[in-house]
Design a protein around this ligand. Structure first.
Ligand code: PRX
Length: 659
């Protein structure tokens, strides 16, 4: 970092603030600052405002049922269908010719779906699923890249009341098998492949490898043909071509199935503190209202907006803010298949210019990469259509914030730095863009109706300026309802730390550290559990460790996150070779990397694998992970006096430096 940059970072960290631009405020959806108070005074009925954004087949009886907390229920008695809310009702309102999805393939081709066209294909695919035997409440796994057939399949599942479980296409065959085994899902929709930097990437072989490890019978696999002649492959007996099936059901009409508000809309696996991914359950009424409400209030979306969230639908951000939120509001949602630097480093800005994107939502890791590539790339394009920018997934450093504000927003667009999680379903802590002043690097206050605090280890709220842990002591409609088939883990993971079960006082613990300022703005400091955040993607260190210790010749391993200029955090592996393998470091490193790729995927590729005869341990035998994190990040090591083997620390640090 140059001295100039360091000064800027320091100045921004001193809380330079930015007011929402007048031009934005004039047209915004939510402009009345009293909304915070109104929601507080009228809680939980304030959430009717979210539910009112949807069309209900049957009005709900109660807003919140907390009789069996923390198994909260929202909008009980209400009935609705998510696909109807995202499609049919807009067409009934005369907006059938508005564009729902504007898809950009990596090679430069585009596909445009109006709401009517999207509904047609969703119905054809819903009819297909039904014909194959998919019934209400059957879980359908979608292992697909960023092709339009992914949101189509999601909405088709929603239409017939079959919850989907999307598995990120970048995950490995093993990860697919683990998730299908855990959910006992018997149906899979996948894809032959996709393009990356212009080259076809085989996805079907990985799918087939994964399927070989699924323990139950998978009755049907539907394969989208994205690569045509660019990839030769055969379909197995239970595998059918997507296009053929959709053509066979071309004129099908499928009535949306009426679902109870609390019926599951989808599940999504996410990483936690153990090796087993957690199946987060989201519901039809609460989740959809919350995705729609936050899209309306925070992303400021309107039906005639063109909006682009550059996340992958394989993660929660894509579920809530490419598919469900924007489509529920009748917006045009842009979807991009590929990488941001193909064919050149201005691809993102080209897409924004071409589609006249109004609102753009991306991850800090991407912004840091854009910054590195240089401001000349956005400068080549007319970005004046933009009126609002957003970030999600990890803390944004003030310097990256300022770059985004200056070079993408031209100092005319507010930025919303949105903190939330797979489990929260939608945004929780962020500024309302027409109301709140912005502080670079600080997410903002909790949204109206969200009761979030920063507390110390005892659960007492910290003083401004102090660090502590984020907690949420009131439920909200978008919250997860449980972990699939695992109510006990749901309680242990999220509610045990700060709740008082005897007093029936329930406090949700998201496992993030944070700092509070005198205006009650919250700065998120990062995870406090064994989860790391690589390029905004959440990875469990235990999952990576178990892959590494599976390698013959590796006795023990510790995986931690270390600071990384672009990725935010990167994966560092510290491993002890078994006796007799001490001089096979290079070979073992290759095998460890391979094992990680096989069990998780390329996103978990380690930055470095460091072999050491011992790991730093406390006298009780616990690995001192903080110390390893400090070594990886090049930070001060701190106190090593509680270690059983302090001498090993310098040895490891020297080795990291040498690497
Ligand atoms: O640590 C927080 C970080 O991402 C975690 C949630 O990851 P995931 O469930 O994969 O969802 C990511 C997309 C919502 C959080 O526990 N995180 C998310 N947004 C922010 C953030 N950290 C700081 N600032 C944010 N805006």
């Amino acid at each position: 970092m140059s001295q100039e940059d360091a000064n800027l970072e320091a100045r921004l960290e001193e809380q330079e603030t930015f007011e929402p631009p007048e031009s934005f405020v004039e047209q915004a959806n939510v402009t009345d600052p009293d909304i915070y108070e109104e929601f507080d005074e009228n809680w939980p009925d304030c959430w009717e405002r979210a539910a009112d954004l949807l069309s209900w087949d049957q009005e709900y009886d109660t807003v919140l049922d907390d009789g069996d907390a923390p198994f909260y229920e929202w909008f009980n008695g209400g009935e609705l269908n998510a696909s109807y809310n995202c499609l049919d009702r807009h067409i009934e309102d005369g907006a059938g010719d508005n564009v729902a999805i504007e898809w950009e393939g990596e090679l430069g081709e585009t596909r445009t779906y109006t709401y009517s066209e999207l509904l047609d294909e969703v119905e054809s695919f819903a009819a297909t699923l039904r014909d194959l035997g998919v019934e209400e409440d059957d879980i359908v796994t979608l292992y697909m890249p960023m092709v339009p057939e992914l949101p189509i399949a999601m909405l088709a599942c929603a239409r017939i009341g079959a919850p989907h479980s999307v598995v990120f296409a970048g995950f490995s065959a093993d990860a697919l098998a683990t998730r299908m085994n855990s959910s006992e899902s018997e149906y899979l929709v996948t894809c032959d492949g996709y393009y990356r930097r212009g080259d076809p990437l085989d996805h079907i072989s990985k799918t087939n490898e994964g399927l070989a490890d699924v323990e139950h019978e998978v009755s049907d696999v539907i394969v989208v043909d994205r690569l045509g002649d660019d990839l030769e492959h055969d379909l197995a007996d239970n595998q059918r071509d997507y296009d053929e099936l959709v053509a066979e059901h071309e004129d099908a009409s499928v009535e949306p199935v009426t679902r109870d508000a609390e019926d599951m809309l989808f599940m999504m696996y996410t990483s936690g503190t153990t090796g087993e991914p957690k199946g987060v359950k989201h519901t039809t009424g609460g989740y959809l209202s919350y995705a729609a409400w936050t899209s309306h209030a925070v992303l400021d979306l309107e039906p005639d907006d063109t909006y682009w969230c550059s996340a992958d639908i394989g993660w929660i951000t894509g579920h809530s803010y490419i598919v469900y939120g924007p489509l529920a509001l009748g917006t045009t949602s842009v979807m991009y298949e590929g990488t941001p630097d193909y064919p050149d480093k201005d691809r993102m800005w080209e897409i924004i210019e071409k589609n006249e994107v109004d609102v753009f939502y991306t991850a800090p890791t991407a912004i840091r990469a854009f910054m590195k590539w240089g401001e000349e790339y956005p400068a080549q394009h007319d970005l004046s259509s933009l009126r609002l920018l957003g970030t999600v997934g990890e803390p944004i450093n003030p310097r990256a914030w300022k770059w985004y504000y200056d070079h993408i927003g031209n100092q005319e667009c507010p930025i919303v730095d949105t903190w939330w999680q797979t489990e929260t379903g939608g945004m929780m802590i962020t500024t309302l863009p027409a109301i709140c002043e912005m502080k670079p690097g600080t997410a903002g206050p909790p949204l109206p109706g969200i009761s979030a605090q920063v507390v110390d280890a005892e659960g007492e709220e910290v003083e401004p300026g102090e660090a502590g842990y984020v907690t949420v002591d009131k439920p909200w409609p978008g919250m997860l309802r449980t972990l699939y088939n695992n109510d006990e883990r749901f309680i242990n993971e999220y509610w045990e730390e700060y709740s008082d079960a005897d007093a029936d006082e329930w406090v949700y613990f998201p496992e993030d550290g944070a700092k509070l300022d005198e205006d009650d703005y919250i700065t998120i400091l990062g995870r406090v559990d064994d989860v790391i955040n690589v390029s905004g993607h959440r990875l469990g260190t235990m999952e990576i460790e178990s892959a590494v210790v599976g390698v013959e010749g590796i006795a023990e391993a510790a995986v931690v996150g270390g600071d990384h200029e672009v990725k935010g955090e990167a994966v560092y592996v510290y491993a002890i070779p078994e006796d007799g393998y001490e001089d096979q470091g290079d070979e073992l490193e290759g095998k460890a990397e391979e094992a990680i790729l096989d069990s998780i995927g390329p996103i978990a590729k380690p930055e470095d694998v460091i072999f050491t005869p011992e790991l730093p341990k406390t006298r009780s035998g616990k690995i001192m992970r903080r110390l390893l994190e400090n070594i990886a990040s090049g930070n001060e090591l701190g106190d090593t006096s509680t270690l059983r083997n302090p001498e090993i620390v310098d040895e490891i640090a020297e080795q990291v430096e040498a690497d």
